[in-house]
Design a protein around this ligand. Structure first.
Ligand code: NAD
Ligand code: DAU
Length: 340
């Protein structure tokens, strides 16, 4: 039996990972640490909270004392760090919290992992650390040796954290791994990101805000495939290594938005072109050869299947996203569980 400490487990990918791990390894204990920022929602973990193998701590990863206390009590074998400020637009508006959580919070987790002899520390990073690729060079892809070249305060903070994680391996011998994944989509995706925002706005017949001309390209991966990739890396990845994760599924934003209109039988006249994001990355595209050849990972869910499942999930789970839209969810934790 293993004890896996998952940070950011009340967010989009972290919660999918919690459910994935509890199902895949029912003997393991999963300890979730999440500060429940605007992006974390405890109702997402409602089913997990009923599982005796699961434990939740409402804690900020920057709070060294509290984090050390959790490590002392739980003695995790592995740490998977999803906790982060993750929205590029918010980082352009207010960068400071990104540096605090994404860099300094990571440092606290690394120090705790050293102090308590964690056997594996995994950092969940992003393809955005590589910057972007030009639209007229479809032959180019990000590999693990592509230079770090960030565009936004968000990606700069994630790249800084990656460097720190790798430095802890080189300097202190901490057994770390890093994954850099492309855009995820699926259940529990916070409705300020492209795909859930478009679904929710369509359902309310509200304008669909497309930045610039909508020609930017992202490489979309169904969230469970990302969870499986992290599982492979945790089990068999080589320490000190970076693994790129992506699905060879490049799509222009405008085509995604049109597809969502079509799936929900809404008119494309809802599409509204708005001012472009500052420093907007043009194209992301991952070369997943390393994880595929070394660890046998490959995406299992096609985009056609994944987007169908995702749209259906939002149709069937209004009770999850409606309180988020209304802001009501912010009082959920206190209402349901009192003060932490
Ligand atoms: P998210 O914003 O949905 O979730 C982040 C979670 O972290 C939330 O539950 C939030 O409450 C928690 N959190 C934030 N600050 C915290 C703090 N100081 N202490 C403890 N918890 C804190 O993000 P996501 O989309 O699920 O992304 C998870 C991770 O994966 C991030 O590190 C992100 O950089 C990375 N990533 C995301 C994508 C994507 O497409 N969403 C792709 C590649 C990598
Ligand atoms: O590539 C991985 C990254 O993917 C992760 O590291 C980030 O945490 C995650 O948020 C995501 O970043 P993006 O900026 O690519 O995702 P977002 O959903 O914010 O935007 C996707 C694309 O859609 C991007 O080109 C901007 C555009 N967009 C976004 C929104 C919210 C719009 O055109 N309109 C919108 O309203």
């Amino acid at each position: 039996m293993k004890k896996v400490l998952v940070t950011g487990g009340a967010g989009f990918i972290g919660s999918n990972f919690v459910y994935y791990w509890l199902e895949r390894y029912p003997e393991d204990r999963v300890i979730c640490v999440d500060a429940l920022t605007y992006a974390g929602n405890l109702s997402t973990l409602e089913k997990a909270l009923q599982n005796p193998q699961f434990r939740f701590y409402k804690t900020d990863i920057c709070d060294r004392e509290a984090i050390y206390e959790i490590f002392r009590k739980e003695m995790p074998d592995a740490v998977v760090n999803f906790a982060a400020e993750s929205h590029v637009d918010r980082s352009i508006d207010a960068p400071e919290i990104f540096l605090k959580t994404n860099v300094l919070g990571t440092q606290v987790l690394l120090d705790a992992s050293r102090a308590f002899g964690v056997k594996r520390y995994h950092q969940v990073s992003t393809d955005e650390v590589y910057g972007d690729l030009p639209l007229d060079r479809p032959d180019l892809f990000f590999t693990e040796s592509t230079p770090i070249h960030t565009s936004s305060p968000y990606s700069a903070s994630k790249a800084s954290a990656d460097l720190l994680v790798l430095a802890y391996h080189r300097t202190y011998g901490l057994p770390v791994t890093v994954s850099r994944c492309s855009n995820n989509y699926g259940p529990y995706h916070f409705p300020e990101k492209l795909i859930p925002l478009m679904i929710v706005n369509c359902l309310h017949d509200k304008p669909l805000p497309v930045y610039g001309e909508g020609l930017n390209v992202r490489d979309w991966l169904y969230v469970t495939d990302h969870c499986k990739a992290i599982d492979r890396i945790l089990c068999d990845g080589r320490v000190g290594e970076v693994y790129n994760v992506g699905g060879h599924n490049e799509m222009r934003n405008i085509d995604i938005v049109r597809l969502i209109c079509q799936k929900l039988s809404k008119p494309e006249s809802l599409i509204t072109y708005v001012a472009d994001r500052k420093g907007h990355d043009m194209r992301y595209a991952i070369d997943p050869a390393k994880i595929s050849e070394e660890l046998g990972w490959k995406p299992e869910t096609s985009f056609a299947e994944g987007i169908e499942k995702t749209v259906s999930w939002y149709l069937e789970n209004r009770s999850w996203w409606e309180p988020i839209i209304s802001g009501e969810y912010r009082s959920y934790y206190e209402k349901m569980y009192g003060k932490a």
